[in-house]
Ligand binder design. Structure first.
Ligand SMILES: [Zn+2]
Ligand SMILES: [Zn+2]
Length: 352
């Protein structure tokens, strides 16, 4: 079996490894069909993800076909098309006891702490498999995972109808966030990004206001576009740069919530006053808390559309060039997805 292994930061190798076997715990063997390239995969490759351990087969957005089931597997059967939950937890720590396995003290995330999806086969517990909606292509189904991340962040944000929500960053995660924030029908949705093309797409997809902080004064513009110059009442950081936390604390209105999702360990400046004076809630949102079925149901109900969102499909053996291309931050990049069955490198598969 071939796999993409990050041996250490900046060292990516295509390796030949033994095909995994099912056992009592990992009682289902899945033939991986597609796996997405996410910002955190790039972070692990470059050594900027503080949670990762090496060497590691990365990839946590994992879809495929069930090819073998042990006798204890109840949830799926051979032939099922599935997406795999990346969160594995201990079940007994404080977080687990309080229904928050995504921040388990003994958390092991596929593609981060244990081997993930950039390989041809993976063995997992049946309870971590979720059956894909019929007719959804594997490459598009990869997006269920980032959508669960958005659902998680929105649940942490406790969005209400009178909220004015800022989504900072309109990359792949920001775009998924927009699709979920919309379902809460907040009073206003504001998006920001440094690429006008992405802002334009966000406006077409339901954002009310778009701000390019490279071209406008971010704080002033936010005052201008929010009711009574209050500022956004919920700010969700999908850009996750070193300084975005400080910026969002500065612009968010009194009694608001700031949701962080980044993994940088670089210090940034925030002040007590900035948080206390407005009694802000600064809440982290990590991974997702068993949100796969919820997203699959949203797709089936037609409330979330995953078609035509992938910009690049690439054979996983071409991972090095895909990661290099991803580093260029080319504005054409919405989402890069790897396939495991030798599909030729294709740009914008839906448009040719
Ligand atoms: Zn991801
Ligand atoms: Zn736990």
């Amino acid at each position: 079996m071939k796999a993409v292994r990050i041996m250490e930061p900046e060292n990516l190798r295509i390796v030949e490894e033994e095909k995994p076997h099912i056992d009592e715990k990992n009682n289902v063997l899945v033939q991986v069909k597609a796996s997405g390239l996410c910002g955190s995969d790039a972070g692990i490759y470059h050594g900027t993800n503080a949670a990762a351990t090496y060497p590691r087969i990365i990839g946590h957005e994992i879809v495929g076909e069930v090819v073998e089931c042990g006798p204890t597997a109840k949830k799926v059967k051979v032939g099922d098309r599935v997406i795999i939950d990346q969160v594995t937890n201990c079940g007994h720590c404080y977080a687990c006891r309080h229904g928050r396995p995504n921040v388990c003290q003994n958390l092991q995330v596929r593609g981060v702490h244990i081997d993930g999806g950039y390989r041809e086969f993976i063995a997992v517990p049946d309870e971590h498999c979720y059956i894909l909606p019929e007719g959804l292509r594997y490459v598009d189904a990869v997006l269920i995972e980032p959508t669960t991340i958005a659902v998680q962040a929105c649940s942490r944000a406790e969005i209400k109808e009178d909220d004015e929500v800022l989504i900072n960053g309109q990359g792949a995660l920001g775009a998924r966030m927009l699709s979920i924030v919309k379902l809460y029908h907040p009073k206003k949705i504001i998006v920001s990004d440094i690429f006008d093309e992405k802002l334009q797409e966000a406006l077409e997809n339901g954002a009310d206001i778009a701000i390019n902080p490279m071209k406008e004064n971010f704080a002033e513009k936010l005052k201008e576009v929010t009711t009574d110059g209050y500022g956004p009442t919920v700010s969700i950081d999908c850009a996750c740069t070193k300084d975005s936390l400080g910026t969002l604390i500065g612009v968010t209105g009194n009694a608001g919530r700031v949701i962080t999702m980044g993994f940088t360990t670089s210090p940034t400046e925030v002040t007590n006053f900035g948080i206390t004076s407005k009694e802000l809630d600064i809440r982290g949102s990590r991974l997702q808390n068993r949100k796969f079925q919820e997203v699959i149901d949203l797709v089936k109900e037609g409330k979330v559309d995953l078609d035509h969102k992938i910009s690049h499909v690439c054979d996983f053996r071409e991972a090095q060039s895909a990661f290099d291309f991803n580093d260029t931050h080319d504005p054409s990049i919405r989402k890069i997805v790897f396939t495991m069955e030798g599909e030729p490198y294709k740009v914008r598969p839906d448009k040719d």
